[in-house]
Ligand binder design. Structure first.
Ligand SMILES: CCC/C=C/C=C/C(=O)SCCNC(=O)CCNC(=O)[C@H](O)C(C)(C)COP(=O)(O)OP(=O)(O)OC[C@H]1O[C@@H](n2cnc3c(N)ncnc32)[C@H](O)[C@@H]1OP(=O)(O)O
Length: 301
């Protein structure tokens, strides 16, 4: 028996365009210069890099807007999950290279003072990308075309990564004369668990393919094209958004804690966490819905 025969696909190519048309822009709190934020479905936010003419290169406005955007999303009760993608030919070309030359030509004679100014810039950029990891809502990055340098730093701070067949990746920092300093060296090895290949990719800065990214565990899905990438991302986001926000956001917070701490400490953390959260109405609601096979409706969080 063909079990899928009578199941209508949630999303297909034709209604991807419909999704684009229907997705309403987020309210004015989310208006930015380098990002476009929309709401393609209830509780699902879509953050799109919006400098296609510069291949979505990451300039100072981009870093400050990413931080503002994800700090807002963190506590926005209308948001339960976030999609990130790039407008135009690719995801992002990484650091805006015109910035790099400005950064090193800081108007200070003294090397120590120059160093402290650079320290602030690096810390600000780190804080910007860490705001994605600190956002309580699961963040799904959707990579098409190029994902270079700072792009790897950024997707490494996301929860889930999908890409399309045309994607290509490069940890490019060594080629521009620096050790990556805003997350790749810290997060990428922990995501992939293949120290040898990770080091090869970092030291050589060579391009790598979606297949290699899949084998590494950097991405968990490759789609045929950008439309199906968006469709698949939205499908996963909608599924996550239909679950208890207490359970999903608690899971993200505990996964991140466990990654950075010992098992014994993480067990203590989740025990303390759940001694509060198990008292939530979401627990009974979810359990009852499982028995009655009905779709539960959860209050905003
Ligand atoms: C404290 C800081 C920590 C952060 C460190 C991060 C480091 C990094 O990210 S290292 C990686 C830097 N990026 C690169 O090396 C990529 C450079 N760009 C490219 O290789 C190509 O442009 C690309 C493959 C992305 C796209 O190629 P395509 O043929 O499609 O387009 P182009 O004609 O090359 O580019 C179109 C215009 O965009 C400008 N542009 C592209 N990338 C950047 C960039 N990274 N920074 C600034 N501007 C960029 C390019 O100059 C073109 O502009 P125009 O000629 O005025 O049209």
């Amino acid at each position: 028996m063909n079990l899928t025969k009578n199941v209508r696909p949630l999303i297909n190519k034709t209604n991807v365009n419909l999704i684009r048309q229907l997705s309403s822009s987020a309210d004015s709190d989310y208006s930015f210069k380098t990002l476009r934020v929309s709401v393609p479905s209830e509780f699902v936010y879509h953050v799109e890099f919006n400098r296609p003419e510069r291949r979505n290169a990451m300039n100072p406005s981009f870093f400050s807007e990413i931080k503002n955007c994800f700090e807002k999303l963190r506590y926005d009760p209308d948001c339960r999950t976030v999609l990130i993608s790039g407008k135009g030919k690719g995801f992002t070309a990484g650091l805006d290279l015109t910035e790099l030359s400005q950064m090193v030509s800081i108007d200070q004679e003294d090397v120590g003072r120059k160093g402290f100014q650079l320290l602030k810039i690096i810390e600000d950029y780190q804080t910007s990308l860490s705001s994605i990891e600190k956002c309580h809502k699961p963040v799904i990055s959707l990579v098409h075309g190029h994902c270079i340098g700072g792009g790897i730093d950024l997707i490494a701070a996301c929860d889930i990564r999908y890409c399309s067949k045309d994607a290509w990746f490069s940890v490019k920092e060594v080629d521009v004369g620096l050790a990556a300093d805003i997350g790749t060296l810290q997060r990428f090895p922990k995501i992939t668990g293949n120290d040898s290949l990770v080091r090869e990719l970092i030291y050589t800065a060579r391009n790598f393919t979606p297949e290699e990214a899949l084998k590494l565990g950097l991405v968990s899905l490759i789609t045929d094209d950008q439309d199906s990438l968006l469709a698949k991302g939205l499908e996963t986001a909608k599924l996550i958004a239909s679950k208890s926000p207490i359970a999903v956001q608690g899971s993200k917070i505990n996964l991140n804690f466990s990654r950075d701490n010992k098992i014994e400490d993480s067990l203590k953390f989740v025990a303390a966490w759940n001694s509060g959260m198990l008292q939530s109405e979401d627990l009974i609601k979810s359990a009852m819905a499982s028995i009655s096979k009905e779709q539960p409706i959860f209050s905003k969080l």
